[in-house]
Design a binder for this molecule. Structure first.
Ligand code: NDP
Length: 296
């Protein structure tokens, strides 16, 4: 029997409607709503479209959202000044600086300037450090945090399972491993992390009860590399040529979907899998950051 599909679209819609209710309740209780500021430097079309999507999703959930767009030649000091202003703004609880930034700006410096309590992307070293030491009161990076929600909401708790993560980036692979390793709900897994220097990838991935692939290369994982009955989460998004389509390309993940779905018990499609979860967890982090600000 082919694997059951894990629909990120459906899970994201459920979480967003729960978030909208939470925001409405908070508004009734406090007279205030969570605020998200997105900062875009330059005119990269992909970044523009991500930021637009993030803003409209925030508005739909009842979150106050401000989009700040700066010209591509903005000096670093000006951006740092803007971030300082947002840190001090009591109506803003989440700050997102869209990456990549133009060359004259040191990305790490900007990420480190964001108040960790407002760091809804979870990239500030304080949040990275807290997460890797197992803290639960932390804003976690949105993509791996979304993967955890997908697992929990399909009854595939990582607890006690062997989870293999392929990829060790700061955005996906590493925080994914930290989340799976954390004590408590969504964690408590035995975790192996593989990467480009792993000699026999299949020998490692075949051990996985839950296999999470974040590489950025189509067909990195094929059916022979998956243990029968495993849960497979495909984070990858790759464009492949498709001259027969209007756009001339189609999106595929890192996993050979058609082959692997015959072996796995659950699998995420691309598109419609992990993708829709990322923005949803950004909204969730913004609401969490707002609630924590009320407690302080
Ligand atoms: P990076 O390029 O930063 O990291 C890729 C990782 O894969 C690296 O750790 C690399 O190893 C490893 N790798 C590369 N080739 C191999 C191989 N042949 N075998 C095993 N491991 C390999 O990418 P990201 O983590 O940022 O993104 C990964 C994918 O996920 C991309 O397709 C990206 O588009 C997608 N993505 C999707 C998101 C979503 O919302 N759905 C969000 C973020 C990313 P090494 O460290 O040794 O170089």
């Amino acid at each position: 029997m082919p694997a059951q599909l894990i629909s990120g679209r459906e899970i994201a819609a459920t979480i967003r409607s729960d978030l909208a209710e939470r925001v409405a309740r908070l508004k009734a209780d406090t007279g205030r709503v969570p605020g998200l500021a997105t900062v875009l430097v330059g005119e990269d079309p992909a970044s523009q479209s991500y930021v637009r999507m993030k803003n409209s999703a925030a508005k739909e959930a009842g979150i106050h959202s401000e989009q700040i767009t700066l010209p591509a030649d903005t000096p670093e000091a000006e951006l740092l000044g803007l971030v300082a202003g947002l840190n001090a703004n009591p109506d803003i609880h989440g700050i997102l600086v869209q990456l990549p930034l133009p060359g004259q700006i040191d990305e790490q410096k900007v990420l480190e300037a964001i108040d960790p309590a407002k760091d809804v992307d979870g990239f500030h070293p304080v949040n990275v450090g807290k997460l890797s030491t197992g803290a639960t009161d932390v804003l976690a990076p949105c993509t791996p945090w979304g993967v955890i929600q997908m697992l929990l909401r399909t009854g595939n708790s990582p607890r006690g399972k062997h989870c293999v993560v392929v990829g060790r980036s700061n955005i996906v692979g590493r925080p994914m491993a930290s989340l799976l390793l954390r004590r408590g709900e969504g964690g408590d897994a035995t975790v192996t992390v593989a990467h480009s220097r792993t000699p026999d990838l299949g020998a490692i991935t075949r051990q996985a009860d839950i296999l999470i692939v974040a590489v950025g290369r189509p067909d990195t994982v094929t059916a022979d590399m998956v243990r029968p009955g495993a849960v497979v989460i495909d984070v990858g998004v790759n464009r492949v040529d498709a001259p027969d389509t209007d756009r001339g390309y189609r999106l595929v993940g890192d996993v050979d979907f058609d082959g692997v779905r015959e072996v796995a018990s659950w699998i995420t499609p691309v598109p419609g899998g992990v993708g829709p979860m990322t923005i949803t967890m950004l909204l969730s982090n913004t609401v969490d950051a707002f609630e924590r600000s009320l407690e302080r």
